[in-house]
Design a protein. Structure first.
Length: 328
């Protein structure tokens, strides 16, 4: 647990004015509507504020975590007891020149896709229904229809743990299927430069509407969830199909653990029926993983990440149930 003094809060408030939240209810910002209280959340509005915050934490050797729109995060029921930097819509500027798009990492992805469509550019259709920020999308090399945003990236501006500003080319980001260097290096993405092809705006819009229509009918919309829980394994996909189809084939749609339930719409979604705890979700993830392993021989790898009170971040399928919850 990190203990901050009143002087620390005042200093951080000067660095990040109007973006400091104390004793914040994580269940209100979680897309799963799960989580305890966060001691401190900081929401910067500029690259300079990110740099200043990281320098401040570095100089004090103080641990902290970085989150976005929480699209793939499961917060602990016990809360979060290290400072948290959250990249939000306070950093959402978009500039389009020709076929090049420059956007800040807090940009809401569906809104970005619409802006790109209106500019007559094609290549972002597959992200139009993904609920999250651009920074999170880059970190996970997210996308749909088996595509990834990395294929459209020219460069990424980020801030390292010491407060240094770096610019990486797409190649240096080491994009792979639902992977990037940002999942391990602890850098905060601030701005992304993307490139798309010219296209027919009418056709682009039509494709986006078709994608959104499919998502509306296929995925749960009214119950809190974090999107796809498990990554698609190409080897398992070729032999048995995607995770949702495999889970459904085992008759696990509707399977429950406490208030957490495998969605009856799509089996790769776990929804909060109203009273789910993080342990409910983690137990259900474990159960699904074990049953799929028994049936197929393949291990499901979770996209969803569990954020422990200490700030440790682990894939939901790797949570250690022998580790007692910490509230200190």
């Amino acid at each position: 647990m990190v203990r901050l003094t009143d002087a620390d809060y005042q200093a951080l408030g000067r660095i990040c004015p109007y973006g400091l939240l104390r004793n914040a209810d994580l269940s209100k910002i979680s897309r799963w509507r799960i989580g305890g209280k966060a001691d401190l959340i900081l929401q910067p509005s500029s690259l300079e504020q990110i740099v200043a915050l990281r320098i401040w934490f570095h100089e004090r050797n103080m641990p902290h975590v970085v989150i976005g729109a929480t699209s793939n995060l499961l917060f602990a029921d016990e809360g979060l007891h290290v400072p948290c930097i959250q990249i939000t819509g306070r950093m959402s500027n978009i500039e389009i020149q020709g076929n090049v798009v420059k956007a800040q990492s807090g940009t809401w992805v569906p809104g970005l896709a619409r802006r790109i469509m209106k500019a007559g550019l094609t290549g972002a259709e597959h992200i139009c229904g993904i609920p999250g920020t651009l920074g999170g999308l880059i970190c996970m090399n997210g996308g749909s229809l088996r595509k990834g945003i990395g294929s459209s990236v020219l460069s990424v501006e980020c801030v390292d743990a010491n407060g240094g500003i770096l610019n990486r080319t797409a190649e240096q980001c080491d994009f792979a299927y639902r992977r990037s260097i940002y999942q391990e290096n602890g850098e905060v993405i601030s701005t992304v430069v993307l490139q798309f092809d010219r296209g027919n705006r009418t056709l682009i819009r039509r494709e986006m509407l078709e994608i959104l229509s499919i998502r509306r009918h296929k995925f749960p919309r009214k119950e809190p969830n974090c999107g796809s829980v498990f990554k698609s394994n190409p080897a398992m996909y070729s032999k048995f199909g995607p995770p949702g189809a495999v889970i459904e084939s085992l008759g696990l749609k509707g399977e429950c653990s406490g208030g957490a339930q495998v969605s009856t719409y799509h089996a790769n979604f776990i929804v909060n029926t109203g009273s789910a705890t993080s342990r409910d979700v983690l137990a259900l993830v474990r159960r699904l993983s074990e049953k799929v392993k028994d049936k197929t021989g393949f291990c499901l790898e979770a996209e969803a990440l569990y954020l422990a009170p200490s700030g440790n971040l682990v894939p939901a399928d790797r949570f250690d149930f022998s580790d007692p919850p910490s509230i200190n």
